[in-house]
Design a protein around this ligand. Structure first.
Ligand SMILES: [Fe+2]
Ligand SMILES: [Fe+2]
Length: 163
């Protein structure tokens, strides 16, 4: 990998993190009644997404959709088989209950994502047209609405339609 390719991926990681961090900061600013600061964070967050996408594109990391589905499936599989299990064990050993809980939620949901991507990969054109719903607590993702989240047990009011 050339130094610039390496830099592109490092910049992509940084800009991606800045995007999600600023959105979290915007929510906090809203909670504090600082709506103009929230707007500023949201605007900067969008700009970071523009940068992140450009860096990813220039690194040659956006393929056609079948290649992208394969990459996504690989990433999710890595997360629920290799990345999260030792993180869960470590958080439990450290007595960090919240970290362990959300690592475990994420771990379960990444496996769900892997299965959804597998299904899409099997027949990208024939994927049934339906809305996806998320659990607002743990991120569980489901084609169609659901009553009780099978990952965290949240009720129907936690189910959010993705537009
Ligand atoms: Fe995922
Ligand atoms: Fe959930």
């Amino acid at each position: 990998m050339s130094k610039t390719k390496e830099n592109l991926m490092a910049a992509f990681a940084g800009e991606s993190q800045a995007n999600r961090k600023y959105l979290a900061y915007a929510k906090q600013a809203d909670k504090e009644g600082l709506s103009q600061v929230a707007k500023l964070f949201r605007a900067a967050a969008e700009a970071e997404t523009i940068h992140a996408h450009a860096h990813l594109r220039n690194a040659g990391k956006i393929g056609d959709t079948v290649a992208n589905l394969k990459d996504a499936l690989e990433g999710e599989t890595h997360e629920f088989t290799k990345m999260y299990p030792p993180m869960i064990a470590q958080a439990e050993a450290d007595g960090d209950k919240m970290a362990a809980k959300f690592f475990a939620y994420a771990n379960a949901v990444e496996e769900v994502h892997a299965n959804l991507y597998k299904k899409a990969l099997a027949d990208p054109k024939g994927l049934p047209s339906e809305d996806y719903y998320l659990c607002g607590i743990c991120g569980y993702t489901h084609a169609g609405s659901f009553d009780t989240c099978p990952v965290c047990g949240a009720g129907k009011n936690a189910s959010i339609k993705v537009d």
